[in-house]
Design a protein around this ligand. Structure first.
Ligand SMILES: [Zn+2]
Length: 516
């Protein structure tokens, strides 16, 4: 089966922050999970490069907008590589392919008679790229999000007939699973129930955008342009994307993951635009929450911004990915806490999993000819077998709901139980009596087998650590699939074992790190 997943197309106003790293790590985990399920995944990420805010930011840096965009885009790509993000395509909305796609899409919407010229006046926030409803008596209104004065605009704009799609959008947003989590679905239902208003899709006083064919003094409104990046990135003919049925094999997207602040654009405007162009809306949209730091909103003026590159250099890729997916409830707002970061990573990855692997491999090599014991009789009898089946099911169920936290818990439960089993059985005592050798073989085999399963379940979360564990068990990580690799008893004694080295080093807590 095909599976298309997208991150938001990040606005290149500034370098990537912890929030965009978090979203992208979550999408990467989903993409890897779907690949392990045997699906053919298209994982799409990229950047949204147009709009007045970019034009002004570039001007303030005395750069051409394109050069500014190139510089920020490089930073995104650099960080995604450092985080081992397995994206298949990186969309740039300044590419010529994208421009061509936007023009093709626009002509389809025109044919549906969904565009008209109108006049729009009101208070505009450049930061939000949106008109704001403000109190009529307020002479210099301020954007509640950006705390900046709004600008008065009165101009001709092209409008899209969103109101025409009221009934279709009402039906769509009611579909089970279209919008998650539930609380956000209710927000959108409430918004749509007030009646959809047509929205403007062009600007006249903006040069840094895609030109509107037939209205040369207009450029497309940044949202009309950016949302189409999902489409231009998923077409099969990347060199010259043609918007035809043949090129739409990866569409509709199965999942758009976005921050909760842009849910309305994705769950209402975007599906209506697609319906107008005769295309299918996305299958699901997930709006996640925002990250705070030690209970406080992060901001430059507060001096508490956590730079993802610094965090990565300090903790490493596995620590960063694990903490964000394991400790923060995906969908809710979350709080980054340095103490928890260190404790969770040390406890889960270094102690519970790392030590389990290390000590069991050491015993196995020592007592069983430098290898994995051959378990003649009792693979099926190990209590860890039933437990692993239970935990694998829990893990799968949670992951399918994007509940990474519960999935991670299932992995740790299995590792804890394997540790407990080892301590109870105490093979280091049993081995002193030769007649116990079969029991010891069973115990060691079943703990190593648990480690193998743990490594596979860890793969979407922490692919690098997963591979290090599999390497010690002498297993080729490229051949892993859920279907073929999660049955109990697949660990092959003739594979042998590699020498145990710690798979995860401990982190030292340092309170003063990374305030910029
Ligand atoms: Zn604003």
């Amino acid at each position: 089966m095909k599976y298309t997943i997208t991150t938001p197309l990040y606005y290149v106003n500034d370098k990537p922050h912890l929030g965009s790293s978090y979203t992208t790590i979550a999408c990467d985990a989903i993409a890897r999970f779907q690949r392990l399920k045997g699906n053919t995944v298209l994982f799409l990420t990229g950047v949204d490069e147009h709009g007045q805010k970019i034009e002004r930011t570039a001007a303030s840096k005395k750069l051409q907008p394109q050069l500014h965009c190139d510089e920020i885009t490089r930073k995104y790509k650099y960080l995604w590589d450092k985080l081992n993000i397995s994206y298949d395509r990186f969309v740039r909305t300044t590419s010529k392919e994208h421009t061509s796609l936007v023009h093709q899409f626009y002509s389809k919407v025109l044919k549906s008679d969904d565009i008209y010229m109108g006049r729009q006046s009101g208070w505009y926030c450049v930061g939000c790229e949106e008109y704001k409803d403000v109190d009529k008596n307020d002479k210099a209104p301020i954007c509640s999000i950006h705390k900046k004065e709004l600008e008065w605009r009165d101009e001709e704009n092209l409008f899209f007939k969103l109101s025409k799609y009221q009934d279709q959008i009402e039906k769509l947003i009611q579909i089970d699973g279209f919008i998650s989590p539930k609380s956000r679905k209710n927000e959108i239902i409430n918004f749509v129930s007030k009646g959809l208003r047509d929205f403007s899709i062009s600007r006249v006083n903006l040069r840094w955008g895609i030109d509107v064919p037939g209205n040369e003094d207009h450029t497309f409104y940044v949202w009309f342009d950016a949302l189409l990046g999902y489409l231009s990135g998923s077409l099969s003919y990347q060199d010259s994307p043609e918007l035809t049925n043949n090129s739409l094999t990866n569409w509709p997207a199965n999942l758009h993951v976005i921050g909760k602040d842009i849910l309305r654009f994705h769950a209402v405007y975007w599906p209506a635009m697609l319906l107008s162009a005769g295309m299918k809306p996305p299958i699901s949209v997930f709006g996640h929450g925002f990250l705070t730091r030690e209970g406080q909103k992060m901001g430059k003026s507060l001096g508490n911004v956590l730079d993802p590159i610094q965090l990565l250099e300090y903790g490493g890729i596995d620590a960063m990915r694990w903490y964000l997916l394991r400790d923060i409830e995906f969908g809710d707002d979350g709080d980054f806490q340095m103490r928890r970061f260190v404790d969770i990573v040390n406890s889960d990855l270094s102690n519970t999993i790392g030590n389990l692997l290390n000590r069991t491999i050491t015993m196995s090599k020592k007592w069983f000819n430098n290898s994995i014991p051959i378990d003649n009789s009792s693979v099926v009898e190990s209590p860890l077998k039933d437990l692993s089946e239970l935990k694998i099911n829990e893990y799968m169920e949670s992951f399918m709901k994007n509940n990474f936290k519960n999935s991670a818990n299932s992995i740790i439960d299995l590792a804890n139980s394997a540790n407990h089993y080892l301590n109870e059985q105490a093979p280091w005592k049993l081995i002193k009596d030769v007649s116990n050798k079969d029991i010891v073989a069973r115990d060691i085999y079943s703990v190593l087998e648990s480690c193998r399963i743990i490594a596979i379940l860890l793969n979407p979360f922490v692919p690098n650590l997963s591979i290090r564990i599999l390497n010690q068990l002498n297993i080729d990580s490229t051949l892993i699939t859920f279907e073929k690799s999660l049955n109990w008893g697949l660990l092959n004694p003739s594979n042998g074992l590699n020498n145990p080295t710690p798979v995860m080093n401990k982190l030292e807590f340092n309170e003063d790190l990374f305030y910029e």
